[in-house]
Design a protein. Structure first.
Length: 754
């Protein structure tokens, strides 16, 4: 579906009417008048009687997900989305009272239009009248009925925003929130006629949805392709004469592939699917291509399966290749015969697994390369098949059995010439040359070309990472120069601009410094007439918050931009610490002595007074003066901490900068943005090179980002320093694990360039 980011003109808000047992609640929109709203509410209440709930069920008959449908054309006909019922899936239809209806036929279905017409044996539902689709116009109000998030028979009012092509089909763009459970429900106009069926939700916003026009429903009714329900349930079902699923799980076939979903009933989610056709006499070979959706799972071949479902298994697990023996339902009865890291295995891609069974040995191959050999024969059943473990989803294709299986290959001399051609520029001449060279070897040549493409993609990723690292080194050097000065000489504005530059290489520090200087010059002129420090503070507050509109962030408080002083200067919006940094540096321009105070949960400043205690100021609150009691109340209301007088101690400028970077780090960690987290850890390391917690975290993220050798060196330095209060055994264990993983990666491919 297209990702749309626009908001249709003329739409002020979407009406939501929930038709629940307690009555109808309405939020009235300026887009439609009250009379229209009341009319739609009445129409919706009538339409509800013709709307059904459709529940997809699992193999045990348990209802999993819910969608909607509605009576249409003639008694017993129900229109819905194809994705609501699922192709070949079992489902349950219930009317508004919750009574289950008996589905006899899928009258029509269309994958492109995502529509299906069902027939049920009961005829008590009143068919809804279908509108003339050619008369559906932009701006028309409607009411839709569905079951969003399981809230049954909910009504939503909105307007038709547009008629627009989506993925090759004309759709109605509708201004309404679309949630799971809305799909398949009717979109009804002021005449009570159906204009469309809710089907899609915009990925850009919750309040844009799409509906299939009613003209497509009419076409399906006029040209049905009926399938009896008994036959519908066989769509995607494996042929019993070829495959027999055991130990639960979900095994289905589509497009020549076998799909294994959901965990099996065996321990660890084990499920197998046994091949039913006769096997050649020993020795024999069998193979399959497998692709895992999640490499933490496992799926592959099972063989020598007996009547108790004991068997051997050969499969990838956590990107390692494993051969195991299963003699029961618990891990105590399972034996890992061998496990190897193999550079032949391609995580996330199709991989061919092959087993050769001989009288005295079992040999396991991955992509035509021998990986494991076992002479274990404690299990000796007569069958072979497929196996899957845990929750991962797996796909299988090209299952083959024979005395000797041979894969087509590119002759060595042609492959050598092909690799030379692939290193050249892809001109039309070279393109045609490669096509001619690979003629007759298209299948294996395709894989050679894909492998080359994969290698180039990995090289591009490494080059981009290198460019980022070069940039970060430049930022660290500039940042270091600013913060290595004496405390009073550190310019917080300039230091913060370097922090922002770490995230944006195009960030122009000089321009923002000039912008701040112009602001400071204007403020200094306005403060010339102020006689006392408190008078100067009043001028500063008026200048910043009244005349120039600086303010605390009111909406998306945790967006990263609020931690960039550059954006605070431009947008005039920030969080307590960035507004305080601006405040401190402006005050310094006119000789005011102001320090940062890091209260738990809220950053403030304090102005040093000659003949009295420092005056606390809440910059986020517009420069409001604070008493000690105000500070205590603020801490008590925002944290669960008891008051401590140390909270009032001024923090150094390096500590202020560390707090800014830690804020950005926390945002990146919530987003699971490891590259950004590593950048911030590098800046924190510049601020305090001796902080062991930062060094340890930095080592972990360096390793995860591909800098394995650098990460190990970081841990070696920590171990060498032997800091007190640190569990060195834990650090040594992490280092050992990193070392093992590094060896594994080196066996799988070229060393990283760190």
């Amino acid at each position: 579906m297209n990702s749309l980011s626009f908001v249709p003109a003329g739409v002020n808000k979407v009406l939501v009417l929930l038709g629940l047992a307690g009555g109808l609640g309405a939020v009235f929109s300026s887009a439609v008048g009250e009379d229209t709203t009341v009319k739609l509410s009445r129409i919706g209440a009538e339409v509800q009687k013709s709307v059904v709930q459709i529940h997809i069920t699992d193999q045990q008959g348990q209802e999993k997900s819910v969608g909607a449908g509605f009576a249409v054309d003639q008694p017993g006909f129900i229109a819905t989305n194809l994705h609501v019922i699922g192709e070949g899936r079992s489902f349950v239809v219930r009317d508004v009272a919750g009574k289950q209806l008996t589905v006899t036929t899928v009258v029509a279905s269309d994958r492109l239009m995502d529509l299906a017409i069902l027939q049920v044996s009961q005829t008590h539902l009143t068919p809804l009248e279908l509108a003339d689709f050619s008369k559906v116009k932009k701006g028309q109000p409607f009411v839709a009925i569905g079951h969003p998030q399981g809230l049954k028979n909910s009504m939503v009012q909105g307007i038709i925003s547009s008629r627009r092509p989506i993925d090759g089909r004309e759709m109605l763009q509708i201004a309404m929130p679309v949630e799971p459970g809305n799909s398949g429900g009717p979109v009804v106009n002021l005449e009570g006629k159906v204009v469309g069926t809710v089907t899609l939700k915009s990925v850009a916003t919750n309040n844009i949805g799409f509906a299939v026009g009613v003209d497509q429903i009419k076409k399906m009714i006029e040209a049905p392709n009926p399938i009896q329900m008994s036959q519908w349930l066989k769509i995607g079902v494996l042929a019993e004469s070829v495959w027999k699923p055991l130990l639960g799980g979900s095994w289905r076939k589509s497009g020549g592939r076998i799909f294994a979903h959901s965990a099996g009933e065996g321990f660890g989610g084990r499920t197998i699917c046994v091949y039913q056709k006769p096997l050649p006499e020993m020795p024999y070979e069998f193979s399959v291509d497998v692709r895992l959706k999640d490499e933490s799972g496992a799926a592959g071949l099972c063989f020598l399966v007996d009547e108790k479902n004991w068997h051997y298994g050969f499969y990838p697990s956590n990107s390692k290749i494993r051969m195991s023996r299963f003699e029961g339902d618990t891990p105590l009865e399972w034996t890992v015969l061998d496990e190897q890291v193999s550079a032949l295995y391609r995580p996330g891609q199709w991989n061919q697994l092959k087993i050769r069974v001989e009288e005295d040995r079992i040999s396991g191959f991955v992509n035509d390369g021998l990986v494991l050999v076992s002479k274990d024969r404690k299990v000796s059943g007569p069958q072979i098949g497929l196996a899957k473990f845990r929750e991962t989803a797996a796909e299988f294709r090209n299952f083959r059995v024979g005395k000797k299986l041979v894969n087509p290959v590119v002759p060595p001399e042609i492959k050598k010439e092909l690799m030379v051609d692939l290193d050249r520029e892809m001109t039309n001449e070279n393109f045609e040359k490669i096509l001619e060279r690979t003629n007759g070897f298209s299948v294996p040549s395709r894989q050679v070309i894909l492998n080359k493409a994969k290698a180039l993609e990995q090289q591009v990723v490494r080059m981009r990472l290198l460019a980022q690292s070069v940039h970060l080194e430049s930022v660290k050097n500039g940042f270091q120069k600013v913060i290595s000065k004496k405390e009073n000489d550190i310019n917080l504005i300039e230091a913060c601009l370097w922090i922002a530059r770490a995230d944006d290489p195009d960030h122009e520090i000089k321009g923002y410094l000039e912008q701040f200087d112009r602001l400071a010059e204007e403020f200094s002129r306005k403060a010339e007439s102020a006689k006392t420090d408190l008078e100067r503070i009043k001028v500063l507050n008026r200048f910043l918050f009244e005349e120039n509109g600086f303010h605390g962030s009111r909406h998306d408080y945790y967006r990263p931009e609020n931690s960039y002083v550059s954006h605070v200067l431009e947008d005039r919006e920030g969080i307590p610490i960035t507004l305080s940094i601006l405040y401190i540096e402006l005050a310094r321009k006119i000789g005011l002595s102001i320090d940062g105070v890091g209260l738990p949960g809220h950053f403030v400043v304090s102005m040093n007074m000659e003949n009295s205690s420092p005056q606390l100021i809440d910059v986020f609150a517009g420069g409001q003066l604070m008493s000690l009691e105000d500070a205590k109340f603020l801490v008590a209301s925002t944290t669960a901490l008891n008051w401590d007088t140390d909270y009032l101690k001024p923090v150094s400028k390096k500590q202020i900068l560390g707090r800014v970077v830690q804020n950005l780090r926390a945002i990146a960690e919530r987003k699971q943005d490891n590259q950004s987290v590593l950048r911030y850890l590098e800046l924190l390391h510049v601020i305090d090179p001796d902080d062991v917690s930062i060094k340890g975290a930095r080592a972990v993220f360096l390793f995860q980002s591909g800098w394995q050798n650098k990460a190990i060196r970081e841990l070696d330095e920590i171990i060498k320093q032997r800091p007190s209060g640190l569990d060195l055994r834990m650090i040594e264990n992490i280092r050992s694990r990193f070392q093992r993983e590094l060896r594994r990666k080196q066996e799988l491919g070229p060393k990283n360039s760190d």
